[in-house]
Design a protein around this ligand. Structure first.
Ligand code: NAP
Length: 288
């Protein structure tokens, strides 16, 4: 077997470019309308990772010149209280994008809360309406992590068309929409999950692997077909992805690092989709 060192899919660098473009778009919207795009983050409870994620998202929004609004509800909040908060944001003209941080406490019906977000403001791409639009190639917003992965692949000229793609994971915000976007880009897609048999064998046939499992270093080096593209969407405690990096990098053609791969692309996609949402709501045509 020929050993190679994979080329890096540098999410940090590509995200910086996306954010730079978004900064220009925010300025163009402000010049055209006198209005500033606004992103509202809704955090229910105080899960430390979620607190950090929402803070990072607001910080990025502000760094590109947007307004950010922070809604915090106690971890005892009911579904009704979350729906009420979302309804207020749906009606607030200064809010162009709404992010409800996943996961919410278990007494809250997360699907119902996500689907209460007006599709025009669903910049995180979590509603059934957005999923449907994305799956049918419509104008809705992509779920941010899969959307960011597609942008990253495109940046490096990696066209999924005709490739055998294996997505490990089928969650509504990651694995499933990832598979739909790859299918839309003409890959031949297999979706794996906890009931998949002979997972290593299935993965070894892939030209492109996306790991979205939530288990540290789950994807093994000897599963990787030499030269394959390996995308690690996982983020586990201790900055560890779902891919066993060194052995996989020794066989892959391209690989995303953790951190600095998919994570920054997710946030950049959220921010960029918020600018696009504002442009649509304010009737501004963006140049790029
Ligand atoms: P999730 O909802 O827990 O889904 C995990 C998926 O992996 C499920 O579909 C599950 O299958 C599958 N799975 C679990 N064990 C498996 C096994 N032994 N073999 C094959 N499949 C298995 O997680 P998620 O929200 O999609 O997140 C996945 C990972 O991405 C996590 O590490 C998370 O931290 C990370 N993440 C990163 C970002 C980012 O911005 N970078 C954003 C969101 C999530 P079943 O459906 O059969 O249970």
């Amino acid at each position: 077997m020929q050993h190679s060192t994979a080329q890096i899919l540098d999410g940090k660098a590509v995200a910086a470019e996306v954010l730079e473009r978004t900064t220009r778009q925010v300025e163009a919207i402000r010049e055209a309308t006198g209005q500033v795009p606004g992103l509202a983050t809704v955090l229910v409870g105080a899960d430390p990772a979620s607190v950090t994620y929402t803070r990072m998202k607001r910080k990025r929004a502000e760094a590109v010149g947007m307004r950010s609004m922070r809604i915090e509800l106690p971890d005892t909040a009911s579904t009704g209280e979350v729906l009420e908060a979302i309804d207020r944001l749906n009606r607030d003209e200064q809010v162009h994008g709404i992010l409800l941080q996943h996961p919410v406490p278990k007494q809250v019906d997360e699907r119902r809360a996500f689907d209460a977000i007006r599709p025009e403001k669903d910049v995180d791409g979590v509603t059934v309406a957005s999923f449907g639009a994305m799956a049918f190639g419509g104008a809705g917003f992509a779920s941010c992590t899969p959307g960011g992965i597609m942008t990253l692949l495109a940046h490096y000229g990696i066209d999924p068309a005709g490739r055998r793609a294996v997505v490990i994971g089928r969650s509504p915000i990651l694995g499933k929409p990832m598979a739909m976007l790859l299918l839309g880009a003409n890959a031949t897609v297999t979706i794996c999950h906890s009931r998949t048999r002979e997972l290593g064998q299935v993965v070894s046939e892939a030209d492109l692997v996306v790991a979205a499992v939530g288990r540290p270093r789950f994807v093994q080096g000897d599963w990787i077909r030499p030269g394959a593209v390996v995308v690690d969407a996982g983020y586990n405690e201790g900055n560890v992805g779902d891919v066993d990096y060194d052995p996989c990098a020794a066989r892959a053609g391209w690989i995303t690092p953790v951190p600095g791969g998919v994570g920054p692309m997710t946030i950049a996609t959220l921010i960029s989709q918020t600018a696009r949402a504002a442009a649509r709501q304010l009737d501004v045509t963006l140049e790029n």
